[in-house]
Design a protein around this ligand. Structure first.
Ligand code: GDP
Ligand code: MG
Length: 385
């Protein structure tokens, strides 16, 4: 996606005369790319219509910033789609909240429940997990295993078949134990959607969740809108979590989910492990969707690992765009400390996560170490990029 949008914008900036035809061609190219990234057709069409209204052809023809003007317009429109206009309910530490997870089977609910609990536990909360999925064999065992690994209290049953009863009992149990974040995992059976939605409605009615989170697999493509809307119609979905963002999916379905539920995306799942979970941030997400890199996320990471006294100088140089090989070399050690190397590189403009395939981090790290050795052998002049 990033590639074709960059190409479209590049063509735009190469054209000497900007007329409606050139703008339309550019928008067609962007449309194709966004559709490929699973953004819903209607959303894309509305967006391009808006852009045609916003972008003034005279400004484009006169200015040398054509590329930036269009890029900014596309960026802003995509950000707007991801902003439903009101934040979701946010649980308060120390006050009991019930959070119910819904979504189709395989979307990542059980995994995401644990990630969500673990994330809060690390911040000093007292979370607990309730398994109200009595449909899938082994559902309780899976949750129990996850919860045990994360040392989070859990509730479920091997014999009780009524999900509503388990949900209510679990919530009551943990309220008595002063847990402040009681998370209810639910079933997500396929092919029996009418029964599923009825079950969700009953569990929600009985447990009165403060927040219902819709969990969506990022790879479901154009089905995202209808799926999200169907859940929203049976329970009061208030937030969205998009999973499997580490795979091939570009995440365009997130835009559909927000549009269908009128709720914000709050986290994304980036792997099977407990800590592969990130707070969702609109601008870096859109940057990545457009292949523009994620400078702000990169800066945050840098701030985490670069020694305090070196930060002002480095950030100054970065913000001026002086990211020379010398600086890169000086920061390579720090970058190696930043965690999964593929994730770090996917934040850099011009790089994509595919350059650093998952599961091959070791290889990538040794590659970086090789670059450092190569740079060692360069002259000082060579290092000044
Ligand atoms: P549920 O049926 O909705 O409860 O889904 P599960 O939590 O059981 O997840 C289904 C599969 O997706 C499991 O194999 C998970 O490990 C996997 N999964 C969940 N979230 C992610 C993610 O963010 N990235 C990847 N790669 N796999 C995930
Ligand atoms: Mg499950």
């Amino acid at each position: 996606l990033g590639g074709s949008i960059s190409r479209a914008l590049q063509q735009m900036s190469n054209a000497t005369i900007i007329d409606e035809k050139v703008l339309n061609e550019c928008l067609n190219e962007i449309t194709r790319a966004l559709l490929q990234a699973d953004v819903q057709f209607k959303l894309v069409r509305d967006m391009t219509t808006n852009i045609k209204k916003i972008v003034n052809l005279d400004d484009l023809a006169a200015g040398h910033n054509k590329r930036r003007i269009i890029q900014q317009a596309v960026f802003n429109e995509l950000c707007k789609i991801l902003d439903p206009g009101k934040p979701s309910f946010t649980p308060k530490k120390g006050k009991p909240s019930v959070v119910m997870f819904v979504g189709l089977q395989g979307s990542g609910k059980t995994t995401t429940c644990t990630k969500y609990a673990y994330y809060h536990q690390k911040k000093g909360w007292k979370p607990a997990l309730v398994c109200a999925d009595t449909f899938r064999a082994g559902a309780f065992d899976q949750l129990k295993q996850n919860a045990t690994k994360a040392k989070i209290p859990f509730y479920g049953s091997y014999t009780e078949s009524d999900p509503v009863k388990i949900a209510v009992d679990g919530v009551e149990t943990f309220k008595k134990e002063n847990c402040d974040l009681i998370i209810v995992d639910t079933s997500g059976r396929h092919k029996q959607e009418a029964a599923l939605f009825e079950e969700m409605r009953q569990v929600a009615e009985a447990t009165k969740p403060d927040l219902v989170i819709f969990v969506m697999d990022s790879s479901i493509g154009q089905a995202a809108f209808d799926q999200a809307q169907a859940f929203k119609q049976s329970v009061a979905v208030g937030a969205v979590i998009v999973t499997k963002m580490d795979g091939h999916a570009k995440g365009g379905g997130a835009l559909s989910a927000v549009a269908a539920t009128k709720s914000p995306v709050i986290f994304i799942g980036t792997g099977e492990h407990m800590d592969e979970f990130e707070v969702f941030d609109v601008k870096p997400f859109v940057s990545r969707l457009l292949g523009m890199g994620d400078w702000s996320g990169f800066m945050d990471k840098i701030q985490e690992v670069v020694p305090m006294d070196q930060q002002p100088e480095l950030l100054q140089k970065l913000s001026e765009g002086h990211f020379t090989l010398r600086i890169m070399y000086e920061q390579f050690q720090n970058i190696l400390k930043m965690g999964p190397i593929g994730q770090v590189f996917s934040m850099l403009p011009g790089f994509s996560a595919e350059l650093m395939p998952k599961g091959r981090e070791k290889e990538s790290q040794s590659k970086i170490k090789r670059y450092m050795t190569m740079m060692d052998s360069m002259t000082n002049e060579g290092k000044i990029g």
